[in-house]
Design a protein around this ligand. Structure first.
Ligand code: GLY
Length: 370
């Protein structure tokens, strides 16, 4: 068992990581249930994990009620939020109760937001079932739903009370989802930990092939990095937490261009986005070209897109930059970019000229030029 603490004073919480932890979750959940029923919110893709969790709770004498929502990004909506909060109120959830979010980022974000506003705030526990949720969205208390104006535009900071991560649940995840989540793992190395990027180059393929030790090591390392960053800048006000957006501005433009569809899922957009952030940094002579080449080579070795061509993007630089202009980080006409001085040396640059980014993107190979 590995344990990482998110250090936020009175709101500090542990993240436990262990293979098989789902079946042993009652040890950690029973004290939070305090003899009352626990509500578990999940989606239809997680019914196997739900059965494991409910059986464990029953054995420990904890009753539970499951709320099973449709899978997919569409569930992060006002309508689902209303349905879920009504259901939780029907179940008699009180402020002192802890609602369990069992699923990927959609379930975690929705349950986190619902519990932030239910009775002006009740407790919740994250049990993430995708690699992306395990290493990013389940930790740090960002919760949100999507609206017609964009993704994650309505939400709240609401920290979970506990995070339980069982790397074994990844065995049932489609390999493409594991690869996409892995992009967010590597991101921590690219941000400020060159040694961890070296580890990823050596062990990433084993992790993707299912090696349990590699998975546990990488998840623990990633979660510890995220915990440090969140503790330093919980509400993203001093620039530290913004580092987690490496690859997200370029990536968001590619995701928007592909309609946030299965053509390019979020982690793939982040991978291509990190490659572009490094390529742009190298083009501006901020970062050695060799470092940008290493990033792209690692994505290729792991079956992740290393730029516009591999992401299937044919759009012009101007079109892509127009998507960036709608980014919620745009402030007073300027878009802050995460650029790099090298691997593990990411920094926030507020002086980037969007026309220059468009020209750079126009110079990148397109699918038909490969
Ligand atoms: N996923 C970025 C953050 O938690 O700040």
């Amino acid at each position: 068992m590995k344990t990482v603490t998110v250090d936020l004073g009175a709101r500090s919480y542990p993240i436990h990581i262990a293979t098989g932890l789902l079946a042993g979750a009652a040890e950690y959940l029973a004290p939070l249930a305090r003899g009352r029923m626990m509500a578990i919110v999940t989606d239809r893709n997680c019914v196997v994990h739900l059965a494991t969790l409910q059986a464990a709770l029953t054995t420990a004498g904890v009753t539970s009620e499951a709320i099973v929502l449709p899978p997919g990004e569409g569930t992060k909506s006002w309508a689902s939020l209303a349905t879920l909060t009504d259901r939780l109120l029907d179940l008699g959830i009180e402020r002192g109760d802890h609602v369990v979010a069992l699923g990927g980022g959609v379930i975690g974000d929705l349950v986190g937001f619902a519990t932030a506003i239910l009775k002006r705030g009740c407790g919740f526990v994250q049990i993430p079932t995708t690699l992306l949720a395990q290493v990013d969205s389940s930790v740090g208390g960002k919760t949100a739903i999507n609206t017609p104006a964009g993704k994650n535009l309505v939400g709240a900071f609401h920290q979970p009370r506990l995070v339980l991560i069982d790397p074994q649940v990844l065995d049932t995840l489609p390999p493409r989802e594991v690869r996409a989540g892995y992009a967010e793992v590597v991101k921590y190395g690219l941000i400020d930990d060159a040694d961890f990027f070296d580890w990823c180059e050596a062990h990433g393929p084993a992790l993707l092939a299912g090696d349990p030790d590699a998975r546990t090591y990488a998840i623990t390392h990633a979660v510890a990095a995220k915990a440090r960053i969140v503790a330093a800048d919980e509400h993203e006000t001093n620039g530290t937490r913004a580092l987690l957006n490496l690859g997200h501005t370029f990536g968001h433009a590619l995701e928007a261009e592909t309609g946030f569809s299965q053509a390019l899922i979020h982690g793939e957009g982040v991978a291509a986005g990190c490659a572009l952030a490094f390529a742009y940094s190298a083009a501006k002579a901020l970062c050695p070209q060799a470092d940008a080449d290493r990033v792209a080579a690692h994505w290729r070795a792991c079956g992740l897109p290393d730029g516009l061509a591999a992401a299937g993007i044919t759009a012009s630089g101007t079109t892509l930059v127009d998507h960036m202009r709608h980014d919620k980080k745009m402030a007073a006409g300027t878009l802050p970019f995460l650029l790099a001085r090298g691997i593990g040396r990411t920094y926030l640059d507020k002086t980037v000229d969007l026309a220059d980014v468009a020209a750079f993107l126009d110079r990148q190979p397109r699918p038909d030029a490969r």
